[in-house]
Design a binder for this molecule. Structure first.
Ligand SMILES: NC(=O)c1ccc[n+]([C@@H]2O[C@H](COP(=O)([O-])OP(=O)(O)OC[C@H]3O[C@@H](n4cnc5c(N)ncnc54)[C@H](O)[C@@H]3O)[C@@H](O)[C@H]2O)c1
Length: 244
């Protein structure tokens, strides 16, 4: 039976780079995303399978189980799907926006972890895509920051649970700094001067540049593979020193 790797939010950006990398490494990859056209095109391009999944929907996760089982055995889950509505004054942040961000970034990862722990009877690896923003907080992004800090805590809790129960499931998180993706491009465009925002982002990172999607994919591939067999509950910063 093939080893299946599910990547949520794999239609573009960091998720697509992760999906491509895991496919190259030999996994049967399922790209699970709300963006159907983009997701189908991405899956076709890298030899993966596409499944429509809204990570906030318990029903969609239940439907995904059948897709996974039709393709093999779940060995890797990457909870990558996330939203960031951008900076806004706290006083003006609508409650619906707060709830939407928490729902996608945190509820979605919980539902994913639960499915993975149920399915990974022969062991496996969960990798959550957190954020440097969950550590080095941003005052104008309370929902995003709280959702990622929550995701980091969820990662450690799931790791402890699976370890103590002897389930053979490891759970870790990668915490990216700024990475060139459509999400970041949208945020920069929102500032009115994308070029200045790009230069400012690079200068914030002690290493002097922002990351590429493959920088994150490499870390996820390592955390999900056998070379990380002794690593669980880790929050791995891949952020050019942003959180130092
Ligand atoms: N880009 C960065 O600089 C950066 C930094 C730190 C953390 N991250 C995290 O990395 C992850 C990927 O970010 P990105 O920059 O590639 O974003 P992106 O917006 O470029 O891509 C996100 C993908 O997630 C999908 N998605 C959104 N909501 C979904 C839902 N409810 N269900 C399923 N799929 C959904 C989108 O359709 C899209 O394909 C996110 O969790 C983000 O918070 C990104």
């Amino acid at each position: 039976m093939a080893d299946v790797a599910v990547v949520t939010g794999g239609a573009e950006g960091i998720g697509l780079a992760i999906a491509r990398r895991l496919a190259v490494d030999g996994a049967r990859v399922v790209i699970a995303d709300t963006a159907v056209e983009k997701g189908e095109a991405a899956a076709a391009a890298i030899g993966a399978v596409f499944a429509r999944l809204d990570v906030t929907s318990e029903e969609d996760w239940a439907d995904l189980v059948a897709v996974v089982q039709a393709n093999g055995e779940l060995r890797v889950l990457v909870n990558n799907a996330g939203v960031n509505p951008g900076p806004a004054p706290l006083e003006e942040l609508p409650f619906e926006v707060w709830r939407r961000v928490l729902s996608v970034n945190l509820d979605g990862a919980f539902l994913g972890c639960r499915m993975a722990v149920r399915l990974m009877k022969a062991g496996g690896a969960i990798v959550n895509v957190g954020s440097a923003a969950g550590v080095r907080v941003v005052g104008e992004m309370p929902a995003y920051v709280a959702s990622k800090a929550g995701l980091h805590a969820l990662t450690r809790s799931v790791a402890l649970y699976c370890g103590r129960k002897g389930l053979g499931v490891r759970c870790n998180a990668v915490l990216p700094g700024s990475v060139e993706t459509p999400m970041v491009e949208r945020l920069r465009t929102g500032t009115g001067d994308a070029a200045a925002a790009r230069a400012r982002a690079a200068s914030l990172h002690p290493i002097g540049f922002v990351g590429a999607t493959d920088d994150i994919a490499d870390a996820v591939a390592w955390l999900s593979g056998p070379q990380a067999r002794f690593v669980t509950g880790a929050l791995l910063s891949v952020d050019g020193g942003l959180t130092l």
